[in-house]
Design a protein around this ligand. Structure first.
Ligand code: SF4
Ligand code: SF4
Length: 344
């Protein structure tokens, strides 16, 4: 009886212009199969052959698939679908000691949106202000909170950490303008403190594409195939109350003091960038990393083209080589356009 090797349902192949990857979303593994991709039929099975025994043993040992006498018809293979009940699932909000918007009202809207992730950026900071902001989310449905605040080097920084560690929603605290980069992970409390030399509240630092940020999980992969994996479901509330898709967006959608949930959900539906998938983006559509990579629609190689490749990516899927994006002469005009010359 004829035998076949078939990939498990959680394993799938991504073809780039030069390289081809085999990805396993169950065990979180990605391998390069460029050298033997040709043996696959319809990207998920191939007939067993003595010449292929080494490859087959390797794939079975690595748990990518198994032998079968009847491979699964294509229509019964797992398909990626991504859906969410929330139009806005991720909010970034900026605060000063005194906001230019009604803070309590903003948090009522965040709550009404059923947001599950909140990033709070303190452009100016005091313990009293932290206390006040935390009181707004005390009974919230928000699941995860990140907090960005300026590093002082004073005992106050440790007091902040102790306060935030007790708040079970707060998972990550970033101190910006710190003397050096470092992170301290408290696995027992699922709590991380990260010190950054840069002032990461400056939106120009955002949008970097690098392998460290790739996400090989089923949520990110399905989202990347369906909508924009960075911008869909995201809302930024600036310290002046302006609402934008993200901190780097030029377009102001509305102001938090005048927005309503219904107007907001209608307005964001008209923002095209939220719906652009990696398969639609120039160059990225030919890249083997397109479903694992994050995207950036706000800093593009061609600022005039919303489908242009992210400016801050140094990977070339046609050669398979990574280079420093900021040193690429072909990007100098865009770097100047976005005023990123002194940002690295
Ligand atoms: S679109 Fe770009 S600048 Fe905006 S949040 Fe995403 S990565 Fe950052
Ligand atoms: S080319 Fe596109 S998909 Fe590939 S690594 Fe760069 S940004 Fe990501």
């Amino acid at each position: 009886m004829k035998q076949y090797f078939e990939l498990y349902q959680d394993c799938f192949i991504v073809k780039g212009a030069k390289n081809i990857l085999l990805c396993d979303v169950h065990f979180n593994k990605i391998i390069d199969i460029t050298d033997f991709y040709d043996i696959f039929f319809e990207d998920y099975y191939f007939p067993v052959d003595d010449d292929l025994s080494e490859i087959i043993s390797f794939l079975i040992a690595e748990k990518f698939g198994s032998l079968t006498e009847n491979f699964t018809p294509e229509k019964f293979r797992k398909k990626f679908k991504w859906r969410t009940a929330n139009k806005i699932n991720e909010v970034i909000i900026e605060h000063k000691i005194k906001d230019d918007f009604e803070t309590a009202g903003a948090y009522r809207i965040i709550e009404d949106l059923s947001t599950s992730f909140l990033q709070i950026r303190f452009l100016e900071f005091s313990l009293a202000r932290l206390d006040e902001i935390l009181s707004f989310i005390e009974f919230s449905s928000i699941r995860t909170v990140e907090i960005l605040l300026p590093y002082t080097g004073l005992p106050q920084d440790m007091t902040v950490i102790e306060i935030l560690k007790k708040n079970l929603r707060v998972k990550t605290v970033y101190f910006y303008n710190a003397p050096k980069n470092k992170s301290i992970v408290d696995d027992d409390n699922l709590f991380t403190v990260i010190y950054y030399e840069k002032n990461i509240t400056n939106p120009k630092y955002c949008g970097i594409i690098q392998e460290d940020y790739f996400l090989n999980d089923i949520n990110n992969i399905s989202k990347s195939k369906t909508v924009n994996n960075c911008l869909y479901g995201k809302l930024f509330i600036s310290s002046s109350g302006d609402l934008k898709n993200c901190p780097s967006a030029e377009k102001i959608t509305n102001n938090i003091d005048t927005a309503s949930i219904s107007s907001l959900t209608q307005e964001i539906n008209t923002e095209k960038e939220r719906f652009i998938t990696k398969d639609q983006i120039d160059v990225c559509k030919d890249c083997e990393y397109r479903y694992f990579c994050t995207d950036c629609r706000m800093y593009r190689e061609n600022p005039e083209n919303i489908f242009s490749k992210p400016l801050k990516c140094g990977y070339d899927p046609y050669t398979g080589i990574w280079e420093d994006w900021s040193k690429n002469p072909l990007k100098f005009n865009a770097i100047k356009y976005y005023e990123l010359e002194n940002i690295n």
